[in-house]
Ligand binder design. Structure first.
Ligand code: AMP
Length: 477
C-alpha cells in the first residue's frame, strides 16, 4: 500500500464512495502510479502480476473518463474495450467494473467464448459503454456484424503475455486494427518477453511505464512440503489432512479431469463440501463451482491446471498437489494461488514413486529443496469409503470428455437432455451474475451453453454423427 489517498489521485466522488464500500482504504503502488497517468490521457505499459491491484488501476480511470465523455451507450458500439485471455479473467474484470462503477449510469457488457451468442448479441444491440471480451468470441461477433469497434477510444489489453502463450495474438492484432486510431491504450503484462515488448511498441503511444516488482518470488512466500505416499493412499491422506480445520480454503490439483471429479466426489461423500473445476465442464458450471468456493460454500476446490488459470480467490489457505504436474512451471503457477496480494500460503504435495522425476525438476526450477513431511502410517489414515454410484451427469461427462473428447452419438440423448433439465429446473446462473452497471446488460449466456467439444452437433473431424440411413439399417439388422 502507499501513503497517498485515492482522492489525491484525482478520482471523482462516486468512485471514491464505491472504493470505500469495497473497503479499499489506500491505493496499491500500481494504482498510485497508473491512475494519474491515465486520467491525464497518457498510454500506460503496466508490468504487474495479478494480485497487485492492476484491475482497479485501469478500471477506475476508464470509468471516470467514460462518465466525463457523457452521452448514451449506442447499439453495437462500445466506447471502451477490455481484452482478457481467459473467460475466468474476463468475468473477474467485469465484476470489478461492476463494483467500482455502481451508480455511474454506465452500461457494461461481456462477451466470452463457451456461452451462447443470443444473449451477448441482445446485450450489444441494446448498447454498452464498456465491453469486456475474450479475443476469439469478440472477433466472431465483429465478423457477424453484431459489434463495431470503430468507436472504441479506450483499449485495455490485460495479461498480454498470456495472450501470446495461448496463441491469441493474431486475433488481438486484428482487434487493435479495428478500434479507433485516436484512442488511449493500456497494456498490462506480468512479464515482458520480446514479443510483448514489440506489441507494446506497435500499439502504445509514448507510454508511461509502470513496473511493479513482486515482493519476493511466489515460491519464497509459500511454505512448501511434500509427502511421499503410495498412489493408492493419496485419498486417505487427503481426508486425514482435511480433518484439520486450519485447512480452511483449499485448492486441490489433480492431473486429469476425471481425477478431479473423483476426488471432489470422495471428499463430498466424506462430509467435506467440495467442487470440481475442469475443462469438460460448461462455462456456467465452472463459474458456479468457482462462486461456491469463493463464497465459502465449498471448502475445497478440486482443479486441473488448465481450469485453474485465472483463478483469483482471496484467502486460499492451502494448495494441495494431489498429483504433481507434468511440467515444473505449472507447479509454481499452482502454488501461487495461495499467496495472493503479497500474502503467504502453504503448499503440500503428494509424491508417489512415479512422480519422483517431476519433484526433482520442480526443485531444480525453483532452486529450492521442498521439505519432506512425515507420512502418517496407513493404519492412522481414515479408511476409504465405498464410492457412491456415479451421478448420471458425471458419467456423461466422463464419457463425453475424457476418453473421446466428444459426446458419444448413440448415448447423447439421455445425459444431454437430463443436464438441460437440471439446469433449467435449478437455480439459474444468471441469478448469481454481478449486477450490471445500471442493469445495462451483462451477458453470461444461458443454460443451453456448452463448450463446443460437448455439443453433439460439433464433432471433431472424422467423427461425424452416423447418417440417419445407416442408423436405420443397423436397427433393421
Ligand atoms: P488484481 O491485481 O486486480 O487482480 O487485484 C487483486 C485483489 O486485490 C482483488 O481481489 C482486489 O479486490 C484487491 N484490491 C485491489 N486494490 C485494492 C486496494 N487498494 N485495497 C484493497 N484491496 C484491493
Amino acid at each position: 500500500m502507499t501513503d497517498v489517498s485515492f482522492a489525491a489521485l484525482g478520482l471523482s466522488e462516486p468512485l471514491l464512495r464505491a472504493l470505500r464500500a469495497a473497503n479499499y482504504n489506500q491505493p496499491t503502488p500500481i494504482q498510485a502510479r497508473t491512475i494519474p497517468a491515465l486520467l491525464e490521457g497518457r498510454d500506460v505499459l503496466g508490468i504487474a502480476q495479478t494480485g497487485t491491484g492492476k484491475t482497479a488501476a485501469f478500471a477506475l480511470p476508464v470509468l471516470q473518463q467514460l462518465v466525463q465523455q457523457g452521452g448514451r451507450a449506442q447499439p453495437k458500439s462500445p466506447r471502451a474495450l477490455v481484452l482478457a485471455p481467459t473467460r475466468e479473467l474476463a468475468v473477474q474484470i467485469a465484476r470489478s467494473f461492476d463494483t467500482y462503477g455502481k451508480g455511474l449510469g454506465l452500461r457494461l457488457g461481456m462477451v466470452i467464448g463457451g456461452l451462447g451468442f443470443g444473449r451477448q448479441i441482445d446485450t450489444l444491440n441494446r448498447g454498452v459503454d464498456l465491453l469486456v471480451a475474450t479475443p476469439g468470441r469478440l472477433l466472431d461477433l465483429v465478423e457477424r456484424g453484431n459489434v463495431r469497434l470503430g468507436q472504441v477510444t479506450f483499449l485495455v489489453l490485460d495479461e498480454a503475455d498470456r495472450m501470446f502463450d495461448m496463441g491469441f495474438i493474431r486475433d488481438v492484432r486484428r482487434i487493435v486494427a479495428a478500434v479507433a486510431k485516436q484512442r488511449q491504450t493500456l497494456l498490462f503484462s506480468a512479464t515482458m518477453p520480446a514479443d510483448v515488448a514489440t506489441l507494446a511498441h506497435e500499439i502504445l503511444r509514448d507510454p508511461v511505464r509502470v513496473e511493479i516488482t513482486p515482493q519476493g518470488r511466489t515460491v519464497d512466500r509459500v511454505d512448501q512440503g511434500v509427502y511421499f505416499v503410495n498412489a493408492a493412499s493419496k485419498r486417505a491422506l487427503l481426508s486425514h489432512l482435511l480433518a484439520d480445520n486450519d485447512l480452511e480454503r483449499v485448492i486441490v490439483f489433480t492431473r486429469t479431469k476425471r481425477g478431479a471429479n473423483r476426488v471432489a466426489e470422495a471428499l463430498d461423500r466424506g462430509g467435506v463440501p467440495s467442487e470440481a473445476i475442469h475443462g469438460n465442464k460448461s462455462q456456467n458450471a465452472r463459474q458456479r463451482a468457482l462462486d461456491s468456493f469463493s463464497r465459502g460454500r465449498a471448502r475445497v476446490l478440486v482443479a486441473t491446471d488448465l481450469a485453474a488459470r485465472g483463478i483469483d480467490v482471496q484467502g486460499v489457505t492451502h494448495v494441495i498437489n494431489y498429483e504433481l504436474p507434468a511440467d515444473a512451471e505449472s507447479y509454481v503457477h499452482r502454488i501461487g494461488r495461495t499467496a495472493r496480494a503479497g500474502a503467504s500460503g502453504i503448499a503440500i504435495s503428494f509424491c508417489d514413486s512415479s512422480e519422483r522425476g517431476q519433484l526433482k525438476s520442480i526443485e531444480r526450477l525453483t532452486n529450492q529443496r521442498i521439505t519432506v513431511l512425515v507420512t502418517p502410517a496407513n493404519e492412522d489414515l481414515p479408511q476409504p469409503q465405498a464410492p457412491a454410484p456415479q451421478r448420471r451427469d458425471e458419467r456423461a461427462e466422463d464419457r463425453s470428455g475424457e476418453r473421446h473428447g466428444f459426446r458419444h452419438p448413440h448415448r447423447s440423448r439421455g445425459p444431454r437432455h437430463e443436464n438441460r433439465g437440471r439446469e433449467q429446473q435449478g437455480r439459474r446462473w444468471h441469478d448469481d451474475r454481478p449486477n450490471s452497471l445500471e442493469r445495462g446488460g451483462h451477458d453470461f449466456g444461458d443454460y443451453r451453453d456448452r463448450p463446443p467439444e460437448q455439443r453433439s452437433h460439433e464433432r471433431p473431424q472424422g467423427q461425424e454423427r452416423r447418417p440417419h440411413w445407416k442408423r436405420r439399417r443397423r436397427r433393421a439388422a
